[in-house]
Design a protein around this ligand. Structure first.
Ligand SMILES: [Zn+2]
Length: 377
């Protein structure tokens, strides 16, 4: 078993009950800045006055971090599902051991929670880029993300199965993923430290007055965001196959505003141009990958407000009454072929349905369940 102090970097319990904030850093071992930020802030936080509730900080992948490798046998951020609670780790799968140990710590933190639980997962990227956040599309997730002046992508996290934040959301937590910048860039550490300070205030384990660092933290992230909007929703994905011959045009940042008709890339069929104004997200410049880029657009403050009101009024209860739409549980809709034609996807996105799965000629739309109180396990 890895030394507990190598995994657990922060454990603080306020005298008063309150929320819990859990930080995970370096879930990918080639992303050292997350663990570094937690190590530094743990020391600074140890004797902070006025703490309510509980703060935890964990290294995600201790073994891979030692070797500065993304993972040793399998990506630790693609295997969080019900198997977590059953799996007996095999000795030749380092990440199975990592997962077992990390889940043990997370479960203990959840069991001790005295209020709502927030989890912030700190990452960085191999390519240089603007720091940004990803969150699931529920109102509590949106509200928490709004405290961070980062471009926040809605609808990207839902496209990947088995991520830690999906699992922890299912345990009742409000979660946020932050990509702080390039793996080894010193600015990435500064950005992730800023995220930690703001998270403590956003979750209300500390009052803003008790965190003089928060103003500087806000300014740091706000400057990095520049003129990018705060919320961007993902509308599409350029999927690649082995013979696509995809070539991204040079010069796109990881989040890049584009105009309708702008040349984005080439593939074997010719030019790929933007079909509308919007944002190119995560353009592929490495040789490997299945996603050429994602395409998104700003979520205006009007549609943020509209989503809030219609969800608070529970208007989504009306969706299964639409002809051709069938409700399957609280967070899944089945659309027949006629319904796929009849209703614009924006109607469903308004209520957080951001993932669609094709089954024959019909579609299933899926959304993340809104977090309730933490499940005690
Ligand atoms: Zn990562």
């Amino acid at each position: 078993m890895a030394d507990v102090s190598e995994r657990k970097l922060i454990e603080l319990h306020g005298a008063l009950a309150g929320p819990t904030v859990i930080f995970v850093g370096s879930l990918h071992g080639n992303e050292p800045a997350g663990a570094q930020a937690l190590r530094r802030l743990g020391a600074l936080l140890a004797d902070r006055e006025g703490l309510r509730g509980d703060v935890w900080g964990f290294v995600g992948n201790v073994r891979a971090l030692k070797e500065r490798r993304r993972f040793l046998s399998r990506d630790l951020n693609r295997r969080w599902n019900d198997a977590v609670t059953r799996a007996q780790p095999s000795t030749d799968d380092a990440e199975a051991l990592e997962q077992q140990e990390l889940w043990g710590e997370l479960r203990a933190a959840l069991a001790q929670a005295r209020g709502p639980v927030f989890l912030v997962d700190l990452h960085s990227t191999s390519a240089p880029g603007i720091p940004f956040a990803l969150t699931a599309d529920t109102l509590p997730h949106r509200d928490f993300a709004a405290h961070f002046p980062l471009p926040t992508l809605l609808g990207l996290e839902e496209q990947v199965d088995g991520v830690l934040t999906e699992w922890m959301s299912a345990q009742g937590c409000v979660t946020l993923v932050v990509e702080g910048g390039q793996n080894e860039d010193p600015a990435t550490l500064v950005n992730l430290e800023a995220v930690v300070w703001l998270a403590l205030v956003a979750a209300r384990v500390l009052d803003e007055a008790a965190v003089p660092e928060a103003a500087q933290a806000y300014a740091t992230l706000n400057r990095a965001r520049g003129t990018l909007p705060q919320f961007i929703e993902v509308l599409g994905r350029r999927a690649l196959s082995a013979d696509s011959a995809f070539r991204m045009e040079p010069g796109f940042a990881n989040i890049e505003p584009v105009r309708e008709g702008q040349l984005l890339a080439h593939d074997k069929h010719g030019e790929i141009r933007a079909s509308s104004d919007g944002f190119v997200l995560m353009p592929l410049y490495q040789r490997q990958g299945d996603d050429g880029f994602f395409f998104g657009r700003e979520v205006s403050s009007l549609s943020l407000g509209l989503a809030r009101v219609s969800r608070q009024l529970k208007l989504d209860a009306l969706l299964p009454l639409l002809p051709g739409v069938e409700g399957v549980g609280a967070n899944r809709l089945k659309l027949g072929p006629a319904a796929v034609e009849a209703y614009p996807p924006s109607v469903f996105r308004l209520f957080g349905y951001r993932r669609s799965v094709r089954t024959g000629d019909s579609f299933e739309l899926v959304r993340r369940p809104a977090p309730s109180s933490p499940r005690r396990s």
